[in-house]
Design a protein around this ligand. Sequence first.
Ligand SMILES: Nc1nc2c(ncn2[C@@H]2O[C@H](COP(=O)(O)OP(=O)(O)O)[C@@H](O)[C@H]2O)c(=O)[nH]1
Ligand SMILES: *[C@@H]1O[C@H](CO)[C@@H](O)[C@H](O)[C@H]1NC(C)=O
Ligand SMILES: [Mg+2]
Length: 504
Amino acid sequence: MVSLLRSLMVLRIHATHRWQNASKYTRRRWTFCGVTGFLTIFLFLYSLSNYGQQHIQRLKEIGSSYRQADYKPPVVDSTNGDEPPSWEKLRKWELDLPQHDLDLPYPEGRTGRYIYFRNQIQYLGWNNQLNEVLMNTFLAYKSKRTYVFQDYHWKVDYYPWPESQVKDWPLRTPANALISGPSVGGPWDPEDPAPRSVSDDWWDTVCPEKERRIINTREVKPAIMWENGEVIFNHWVKLLGEATDRCIEIQAADREEDGFPQVFDLFLWGSDRILPLWESFRDSPVSRLLGTSPIVEAAVAKNEYLFVPRGPRPSVPAARNPFDRMFAVHLRRGDYKDACLGFANWNSTFYSWNLLPFLPDRFINPPGYTWGTNTPENVEFFLKHCLPSDASIVEQVNNARSEYAAAGKPGEHRYLDVLFLLTNDKTSWVDGLKAMFKKHGWHTIVTTSDLELDPWEKDVGMAVDMEIARRAAVFLGNGWSSFTSNINHRRLVDGKEPISIRFY
Ligand SMILES: Nc1nc2c(ncn2[C@@H]2O[C@H](COP(=O)(O)OP(=O)(O)O)[C@@H](O)[C@H]2O)c(=O)[nH]1
Ligand SMILES: *[C@@H]1O[C@H](CO)[C@@H](O)[C@H](O)[C@H]1NC(C)=O
Ligand SMILES: [Mg+2]
């Protein structure tokens, strides 16, 4: 019950967050419709009047005199080409995937079995979607159905460009720009007969509306709402696997009924109920074959020279590969200034894979919490781990570096002298931190804003930072963050040691 109430509270925080975001967009749309409608009616009536007719005639004359004069169009490239990309070529590539072919034999083509999660989370952080994309793919795989992938739809606050530069709403990025692998249409293992994922555009062709069986989450979730992840997963596998319908679409229950109507929802990701799924998920082809997208790979390669060590020659043999000498630190700031207070006041645990009990820095929720609020000492304790001070960050990095070095085999030199500070902070705060690290003997320090990214790379900038942190020898992250958690997922699938995965 306590955990239920606690979860309800977490829901409220997240729901409010989401709702503010959604209503901002909705409000803009209604304002636009209202103003446009009013103007149209007004101009129509006006154009019928005598006065209006004269005015229109005058406008026509002005127009023709403009054409005659030496008229120059306004300068449009004032953004120096830094504009959101349209992803035209990648979209065409996705449309043309070879599995988008009705004539392919079973289990693909017109006789194949499909599952479309229309209830998948959108308009939230990329990583809140990513963990669900992967788990839904795993569910589709186990149910012997084709997974249908979708664009990522941005939460407006996280979009890398100001709203004034946006030409095309809603804000979205193709899935294949962000990741590669079976979740976005890539091949499975060579001997694996599983059907390749298709895009939601192709879903409309291969599963026309009249052939779809709709399952609303309200028909399924209540019975298993607070079960552990494995029970939830197996319940859905049975349902989707045994159903004879070729095309199944999962639809979301109303928000009043279920604040997060996903198959694997935020309540699950934000609790240790997710952990029983860890081993099977880690070893699944969905995790093993998850890849970095070509655009992200290219952005990392292009910027790798920044990480080539610049300090004095090490006194011990040190790796040639800069990533093997790198300590990456996720500095989750910006909206976390509020979010961390929320975590404290709702007694939130770490997020998802950050809760794995074999990782060295566990967060034990302190006693003393009461409904929706926490003691001042406890709030301070949460903030210490969620929004650490500069001095504390430097100290923890230096300690973790020593502990990592000490964990090496006899004769093994674990020499780390490259620091990558990845952050969503948009102020100059990180420059001060950089100076502190310099004083502590770090010679090569690179931050998110030092990376040079073209508009395509900028659109997937979070995935670029994640890829660098994935490859780093040691990674220190924020335990409440799904961004940190998904980096850790890949690090563990890569076989990186627990001592290289740290939290504040
Ligand atoms: N480039 C970059 N973006 C970040 C970083 N931290 C947060 N963000 C942005 O903020 C969003 C946070 O949402 P999400 O990915 O769901 O992670 P969470 O909110 O930390 O659980 C990310 O998707 C990015 O857009 C960072 O270190 N680097
Ligand atoms: C706070 O969270 C922890 C971890 O989930 C839990 O064990 C504890 O019971 C919670 N405290 C209260 C008072 O709900
Ligand atoms: Mg998030």
